[in-house]
Write a protein that binds this ligand. Structure first.
Ligand code: E4P
Length: 217
C-alpha cells in the first residue's frame, strides 16, 4: 500500500520523505491556506522534493474553468495530479484531462456510485473521505470496502486513495481491505511507529543495560 502525505508543509514532507515513507502528496485549498504559501510556489517545491504523484486541487466550479486550471497546475511538474471534486463538472474535467494523459484525483467522494462514475471518467485516483463519514456516524471503511469490491468486479484500474484518514486504525483497516493508497497527515503516519509496549520494553532494556556497566561504543 502506498503512503501519501496529506499536507502542504514542506518540512513535514521532507522529514518523512527522507525515511522513504512518502509515495506521494495530497493537498487541498484548506491545506494551502494552512501552509500560508502561494499554491503555485509551494506545489512546485513539493514536486521537486517528491517523485510520486502530487495532488493539486482546482477551485473553479464549471468544467471549462476547471479544465483551464487543471492544465495550468499540470504545467508545474510532470508528477502533478490534478484534483477535481466529484461533481458532474468535475467528472467532465476528469474525462478531458485524463484523455490528455494527465493524472486526475477525483476528491470529495462519499458514495460507491460516485466512485463508479469517477472510474468510468478515467480517474487515476478516487478519494473516498473516511473520516468525514465517521464524523456523521457512517462507517467510512464500509465505503472503502464497497469500492474495492466494485472496482475488482469490473477490473477498473482507478486506484482507491483512502482519504480523510484521521487515526492509525484507519490505516490498518484500509490496508486490510486493500485500498491502494492512504493519504494521512504527517502526525498520523508518525503515530504508526508508536506503541506503549515498545516504550515500556525499551525503558526496561535501558535500565537493565545500565546495570551491566557495559558499553558498545
Ligand atoms: C484528501 O485528499 C483530503 O485532502 C483530506 O484527506 C481531507 O481530510 P480531512 O477530512 O481530515 O480534512
Amino acid at each position: 500500500m502506498k503512503f501519501f502525505v496529506d499536507t502542504a508543509d514542506i518540512d513535514a514532507i521532507a522529514e518523512l520523505n527522507d525515511l522513504g515513507m512518502v509515495d506521494g502528496v495530497t493537498t487541498n485549498p484548506s491545506l494551502i491556506l494552512k501552509s500560508g504559501r502561494d499554491i503555485l510556489e509551494v506545489t512546485k517545491e513539493i514536486c521537486a522534493l517528491v517523485s510520486g504523484p502530487v495532488s493539486a486541487e482546482v477551485v473553479a466550479l464549471k468544467a471549462e474553468d476547471m479544465i483551464a486550471e487543471g492544465r495550468k497546475l499540470a504545467e508545474i511538474a510532470p508528477n502533478i495530479t490534478v484534483k477535481v471534486p466529484l461533481t458532474w463538472d468535475g467528472l467532465k474535467t476528469c474525462k478531458v484531462l485524463s484523455g490528455e494523459g494527465k493524472m486526475v484525483n477525483v476528491t470529495l467522494c462519499f458514495s460507491a456510485n460516485q466512485a463508479l462514475l469517477a472510474a468510468k471518467a478515467g480517474a487515476t485516483f478516487i478519494s473516498p473521505f473516511v473520516g468525514r463519514l465517521d464524523d456523521i456516524n457512517i462507517d467510512g471503511m464500509d465505503l472503502i470496502a464497497d469500492i474495492r469490491e466494485i472496482y475488482d468486479n469490473f477490473d477498473f484500474q482507478t486506484e482507491i486513495l483512502a482519504a480523510s484518514i484521521r487515526t492509525v486504525n484507519h490505516v490498518t483497516e484500509a490496508a486490510k481491505i486493500g485500498a491502494d493508497v492512504i493519504t494521512a497527515p504527517p502526525a498520523v503516519i508518525k503515530a504508526l511507529a508508536t506503541h506503549p509496549l515498545t516504550d515500556k520494553g525499551l525503558e526496561t532494556f535501558m535500565a537493565d543495560w545500565a546495570k551491566t556497566g557495559q558499553k558498545i561504543l
